[in-house]
Design a protein around this ligand. Structure first.
Ligand code: FE2
Length: 310
């Protein structure tokens, strides 16, 4: 661990641990330059793994299923990850997804230099996420869904994997700027006054400011996504009225996935739409509100999941 990092949470056995809402991570021990950690994944959630983001060929990164039923998804193929089986991530060029069919425990065995920063950063991110959860009926699971589906759309579009981390955190923290919008505006059931609406719209710019000044380096790189996630393909979005390819693909993805999640989730001021209606809305906005390429990719992701969502 570097000198300015410290773990703030320890369990009763004295092991550092993180509670993420969709998973818990406990650091079991470190020896011979390797970290061993237990990743407890909640039923229905995913653990995304991508080897060598740090571009070091000597990195060891292995995953062993201890308990539970987990489906392994790789390049459109699915199979059951057998208990006791070990996956060596270095053998996989693209993103691996571990999908928990039941609650599951996965043992992570990886190089300390890789584990340390990500464990520390996850802890910092967790604090941010806790703050966001208190807002607007948005939950940790909402942020997590947006992140997961954005990753799936990025993969569907076959975009470069080294840019995935940027998308991942931009998607996860797209609404971080809502921390600066008063709660009575966020939760107001009726329509907003023009002043309140201006305040609401500013969550894009405020969010980008938070990200650009963030202590976690990888979050700073994602600021542009937060800034642009309410821009529209036809130029009628905010805050800048960017149009077409002026909007980053990353922001276009978050925009589609976020709109879909908002439509299919119960909120303070409205009931959820059926998934088929939400799909129709996306199709109606294809080429006006939404980037058509992204709508197509998202619909194909949904189709592969047989319109499954959440
Ligand atoms: Fe937003």
């Amino acid at each position: 661990m570097s000198k300015n990092q410290s773990y703030s949470n320890y369990n009763e056995k004295g092991y550092p641990e993180l509670h993420l809402g969709y998973a818990d991570i406990i650091l079991l021990g470190q020896w011979d330059g390797l970290s061993n950690a237990l990743y407890s994944l909640i039923k229905g959630e995913n653990l995304w793994v991508q080897y060598n983001l740090y571009k070091d060929p000597g990195v060891i990164e292995k995953y062993t299923l201890l308990t539970g039923t987990v489906e392994l998804k790789y390049e459109g193929n699915r199979r059951i990850f057998q208990p006791g089986e070990t996956i060596d991530a270095s053998q996989y060029e693209k993103i691996i997804c571990f999908h928990a069919i039941s609650d599951a425990d996965i043992l992570i065995h990886t190089t300390v230099e890789i584990f340390e920063p990500s464990f520390f950063e996850t802890q910092v991110l967790q604090e941010e996420a806790d703050a966001i959860e208190k807002l607007d009926g948005y939950t940790y699971m909402h942020c997590n869904r947006i992140k997961n589906y954005s990753i799936e759309v990025w993969t569907e579009l076959d975009m470069p994997k080294h840019l995935l981390q940027t998308l991942r955190w931009g998607a996860y923290f797209h609404d971080i700027g809502k921390l600066s919008v008063p709660l009575e505006i966020l939760n107001k059931p009726g329509s907003l006054t023009s002043e309140e609406w201006a305040n609401m719209k500013a969550h894009t710019i405020e969010g980008a400011k938070i990200m650009r000044n963030h202590k976690v380096d990888m979050l700073r790189k994602s600021a542009f996504i937060v800034e642009q996630h309410h821009e529209q393909y036809d130029g009628k979005g905010y805050p800048y009225g960017l149009k077409g390819d002026e909007i980053s693909l990353e922001a276009c993805i978050v925009s589609v996935v976020d709109a879909f999640d908002a439509m299919t989730t119960d909120r303070v001021y409205k009931k959820a739409l059926p998934i088929t209606d939400a799909i129709q809305e996306l199709v109606a906005g294809r080429g006006t509100q939404f980037n058509p390429k992204v709508v197509d990719a998202f619909l194909s992701v949904l189709k592969k999941r047989q319109n499954g969502w959440k």
